[in-house]
Design a protein around this ligand. Structure first.
Ligand SMILES: Cc1cc2nc3c(=O)[nH]c(=O)nc-3n(C[C@H](O)[C@H](O)[C@H](O)COP(=O)(O)OP(=O)(O)OC[C@H]3O[C@@H](n4cnc5c(N)ncnc54)[C@H](O)[C@@H]3O)c2cc1C
Length: 270
């Protein structure tokens, strides 16, 4: 099983590179994408129940190793960091292409992957596209918004899940392997014990670079990203003023009506 996790800025105060229009993450704190905690927990629970390994994978800069360590503390058996200058600036298509190729490389090293689990969305890019796009790149069934894994039948090579819809729940049975994106309602992530944290230190984190993948520089990073960011700007700050009307309620109501009329451009209202 592979759980895809993303490192996201822990602050909203990030700058944009004026030339590439990409986020400048340097100097900003980073953390595990909160939605991915649920993906990790589900992967670890399924590995505990059905056997096999739960492997955490992230594509990011070297500092993203920190979130792999968090995943190991939460019970993952191994971590993979897909990191290479060539991956920088990837949009959702290039990200999913790179992750798909990284998973194929993991399969060569650690054996076949039955399930790929992603979070519902990342709190920075916020598109929710990577999971389903990853399924397409891997030619696997995408099961999105999963709120419960009902059953995994390894003999029949099937998984039955509940999908959270706007009105109600859909029960879906799919063949394995499959790609899941999970919602927060799926579980309550564990709080790692001291022992789990100590055990995590002995678990391996391996690195994958472009040379380890079956894609080229043209498939990943800015070169492999068809998304063109034409303009990016912070929303204009809205000025909020407050006026308190005191005294006689009738007079205050009259003043309020006049002020509102002025604001709406009916200055002469009486
Ligand atoms: C218009 C636009 C332009 C962008 N341009 C750039 C750019 O030029 N440079 C740049 O750096 N970023 C850019 N980004 C951000 C970049 O596309 C996304 O950060 C990245 O592709 C992941 O998409 P997302 O954050 O929307 O993830 P989502 O699709 O919301 O994430 C869903 C799930 O996918 C998995 N996942 C997502 N990303 C990763 C990852 N890196 N590793 C492992 N698992 C992952 C996680 O399980 C996550 O919960 C851009 C985003 C947009 C919307």
């Amino acid at each position: 099983m592979v759980v895809c996790i993303k490192q996201v800025p822990s602050s909203t105060k990030v700058n944009i590179d004026p030339e590439t229009k990409t986020l400048m993450r340097g100097g900003v704190g980073a953390m595990l994408n909160p939605f991915d905690e649920f993906a990790i927990e589900e992967g670890v629970r399924l590995a505990e129940k059905h056997g096999g390994e739960c492997i955490a994978l992230t594509m990011g800069p070297p500092q993203a190793t920190d979130i792999l360590r968090t995943a190991l503390e939460q019970g993952c058996d191994k971590g993979y960091l897909a990191s290479d200058r060539a991956f920088a600036g990837s949009d959702t298509l290039a990200t999913s292409r790179t992750l798909a190729s990284a998973i194929r490389a993991i399969e060569k090293r650690d054996g076949p992957v039955d399930l790929v689990i992603c979070g519902q969305q990342a709190i920075d890019g916020d598109t929710g596209q990577v999971g389903p796009s990853l399924a397409v790149r891997m030619n696997l069934p995408p099961l999105s918004y999963v709120s419960k894994v009902r059953e995994v039948d390894l003999e029949k090579r099937e998984i039955t899940v509940e999908r959270m819809l706007e009105r109600g729940t859909q029960v879906v049975r799919s063949e394995l392997p499959a790609v899941l994106t999970v919602v927060k309602a799926i579980n309550l992530p564990r709080f790692p014990s001291l022992l789990a944290k100590r055990k995590a230190r002995t678990r391996p984190v391996e690195k994958l670079t472009l040379a380890d993948l079956d894609i080229t520089e043209a498939d990943t990073g800015l070169k492999g990203s068809p998304t063109r960011v034409v303009k990016i700007f912070p929303p204009e700050e809205r000025k909020i003023a407050s006026v308190v009307y005191t005294g006689d309620p009738k007079e205050s109501a009259g003043k309020l009506a006049l002020d509102l009329a002025k604001l709406l451009g009916h200055g002469g209202a009486s």
